[in-house]
Design a protein around this ligand. Structure first.
Ligand SMILES: Nc1ncnc2c1ncn2[C@@H]1O[C@H](COP(=O)(O)OP(=O)(O)O)[C@@H](O)[C@H]1O
Ligand SMILES: [Mg+2]
Length: 286
């Protein structure tokens, strides 16, 4: 969580980002700043452009307009006197390595153990020594609560455990920034809490995170800021507790109403109640 002053250079700076697919503009000028150590939750209905925006940040999509800087570096391009030149694939890959991404589906290598999955990128991409990588990977598995599952294959792990391995795997590259795209939405409800807890610990450890989620309780309690997107624009943003308790725009209000009634644990929750809808193990004030 953020302790940085307002004057700190943003770790992520997106300026007027546009993106179209076959003439269909899905990002219509997104501006977003994320400070070092800040946790930002991106909320918004399906189709609003959240995934596309995350994919633009780490260059899995090419933007059509605007600029994205991560840690002061222009992503994907070299700016020469205002003229943009696309970076080489190798240079883009190097930029992407600074950013960890966790998807809805865990995408672990099925024929590798949890430990081997976490070791894969540091050994093969960073070419670090296996012995060092192994020790670091075991420490990461311990950090996500899976020290005793190091030699298990993905098929021998629950969805929640697989997602925690996926988080450890992303952390193994020592990213500056972690992007999460609905990391719990493919999980059985009883497995969601353990993944959110791991993410919460990561946030408390100072990681800069952008999290797309429908877990309003997580957004409220863990995020510093909530950004609500709809139709390819940022409709409203602000401190998470404020936005969730007192959204200003009708689109934000109706989205939150719908999500809060859908979420199993919060049928009766009023958004103003302290810790409304927050699973017991995630509560600060229980
Ligand atoms: N690769 C693609 N090709 C064409 N259209 C796409 C592609 N990816 C996303 N879209 C469209 O862009 C819009 C935003 O999608 P997305 O970023 O996935 O939204 P969200 O993650 O908020 O649900 C949707 O209308 C979707 O159909
Ligand atoms: Mg999406």
């Amino acid at each position: 969580m953020s302790t940085q002053s307002e004057s700190a250079r943003p770790l992520v700076e997106a300026i007027n980002v546009t993106k179209a697919f076959h003439g269909n503009e899905v990002l219509k000028g997104i501006d977003l700043h994320v400070n070092p150590g800040e946790v930002v939750c991106l909320l918004g209905p399906s189709g609003s452009g959240k995934t596309t925006f995350l994919r633009c940040i780490n260059q899995l999509e090419t933007i059509n307009g605007g600029r994205i800087f991560v840690d002061g570096e222009l992503m994907g391009y070299r700016d020469q006197g205002g003229q943009l030149y696309r970076l080489k694939d190798k240079e883009i890959a190097a930029q992407r390595r600074e950013i960890g991404m966790v998807f809805q589906r865990f995408n672990l290598f099925p024929h590798r153990t949890a430990l081997q999955n976490v070791m894969e990128a540091p050994v093969h991409v960073k070419r670090q020594k296996a012995a060092t990588v192994r020790a670091d990977a075991l420490a990461l598995l311990d950090r996500v609560g899976l020290a005793d599952r190091a030699n298990h294959y993905p098929s021998q792990l629950s969805g929640g455990q697989q997602q925690r391995v996926a988080i450890a795997r992303a952390l193994a590259m020592q990213p500056k920034l972690m992007l999460f795209d609905e990391p719990t939405s493919a999980l059985d409800p009883e497995l969601v809490g353990e993944v959110l807890l791991t993410m919460r610990e990561l946030a408390e450890g100072g990681m800069t995170m952008i999290v797309v989620t429908h877990e309003i309780a997580f957004a409220r309690d863990v995020a510093d800021r909530v950004v609500f997107m709809d139709g390819g624009v940022v409709v409203e943003q602000g401190p998470s507790r404020e936005i969730i308790a007192r959204p200003q725009h009708e689109r934000t209000k109706s989205f939150l109403r719908r999500i809060l009634t859908e979420q199993d644990e919060t049928p009766e929750a009023h958004p103003d109640a302290p810790d409304a809808g927050i699973p017991a193990h995630l509560r600060k004030h229980s």
